[in-house]
Write a protein that binds this ligand. Structure first.
Ligand SMILES: Cc1cc2nc3c(=O)[nH]c(=O)nc-3n(C[C@H](O)[C@H](O)[C@H](O)COP(=O)(O)OP(=O)(O)OC[C@H]3O[C@@H](n4cnc5c(N)ncnc54)[C@H](O)[C@@H]3O)c2cc1C
Length: 319
């Protein structure tokens, strides 16, 4: 019987594994994809908004060329934390089902094997389920909820939906690789959380007309060769179009949490129930860590401020 099984080896799952090891617990982390799978799937040229020391686990130095690390540097860092500490992490193994045998005894079924554990940490993040647009044409192959690389969109007519960090980075990068970019934005301006050193760039590109943007606007249908959207006056407009990047955010897997018997406050942004001191949920022996703690408020918890969850949980398990 394991002392603790960790679902997900993102930065916070790795922090939990390291803390469990330091406390001599019998633990394993199970990850459905590659190590730090969400980060691996982030845009190729992304730069973190945090400085590297803020992303450190257990004060293990994170050295980056500039103050804000790149995706490649972060992959390198978290891999070195996992390998240098010989953490028990099983990759490409997905947790399919959790059966409660009793308080502090859970059976975990993956696509490869079955485990028994006294405690379970759910650090499954939020990057697997995109917020849908719920409009006709969304399932066309030209539509993606993930942005990887600008070259693909070169010399193409691209619509970017949204005005958050991801949308702005995608709009600027693709414009600079020769895409004809139009942003469709539901709000009245570029998001206020957009990185302070990027925001003036996008605002000026829009002002000078290099990137077109429609604010207070909503995409309402996607066709093979065009899109239609409602502009700020409620008028339906049509744009010729090759590709759509719908970067409208992501959400945690709430049905997985519900299957575990974890209470979710649907009136309050789907925030799951947990004790802020111990991170234990209403299910004895099941703990939450990382971005998943914020429910639909996926900006509330990020790497910087949720690394601390690892220490809280392992302390609670030990006591
Ligand atoms: C473009 C971008 C830039 C960002 N920049 C910053 C920044 O500068 N600073 C910062 O602090 N935060 C930043 N964030 C947020 C940060 O990346 C997330 O908050 C962070 O990844 C949360 O870590 P996590 O371990 O909780 O979740 P994740 O990193 O999402 O890890 C969860 C893991 O669980 C795995 N998993 C899910 N379901 C299962 C299952 N059933 N079985 C097994 N494994 C499963 C997933 O594959 C994934 O690897 C950024 C996010 C984005 C999208």
């Amino acid at each position: 019987m394991l002392d603790v099984l960790i679902i997900g080896a993102g930065p916070i799952g790795i922090a939990c594994a390291l803390e469990a090891k330091k406390n001599n617990l019998n633990y394993i982390a199970v990850e459905k994809g590659a190590l730090v799978n969400s980060l691996y799937n982030y845009p190729s040229n992304m730069t973190f908004f945090s400085t590297s020391e803020k992303l450190e686990i257990d004060e293990i130095p994170f050295i980056s060329n500039n103050s804000k690390p790149t995706k490649q540097e972060a992959l390198e860092y978290y891999r070195r934390v996992a390998t240098s500490n010989q953490l028990n992490i099983n990759l490409f193994e997905e947790v399919i089902e959790v059966v409660k045998k009793s308080d502090y005894h859970y059976q975990i079924v993956t696509n490869k094997q079955t485990y028994n554990t006294k405690n379970l940490i759910v650090s499954t993040g939020f990057y697997d389920i995109p917020n849908p647009l719920n409009i006709p044409g969304e399932d066309l192959p030209k539509v993606s909820h993930y942005y990887r690389d600008p070259h693909y969109y070169s010399m193409q007519k691209l619509v970017v939906v949204g005005a958050s960090n991801s949308s702005v980075d995608a709009a600027l990068e693709t414009y600079r690789k020769g895409a004809d970019v139009t942003m469709i934005v539901r709000g009245e301006q570029i998001g206020e959380r957009v990185k302070y050193w990027v925001r003036p760039d996008i605002i000026n590109r829009i002002k000078e007309g290099s990137i077109k943007a429609y604010f207070n606007a909503e995409l309402n249908q996607i066709f093979e060769d065009k899109v239609t959207f409602k502009d700020e006056n409620g008028k339906i407009q049509t744009l010729e179009n090759d590709f759509v990047l719908a970067l409208t955010g992501y959400q945690p897997n709430f049905s997985f949490l519900e299957k575990l018997g974890i209470e979710i406050n649907k009136q309050q942004k789907y925030i799951p129930t947990y004790n802020e001191e111990t991170m234990e949920t209403n299910q004895k022996g099941i703990y939450l860590a990382g971005v998943i703690c914020g429910g639909l408020e996926t900006h509330k918890w990020f790497i910087e401020n949720s690394i601390i969850h690892a220490e809280k949980i392992i302390k609670a398990i030990k006591s």
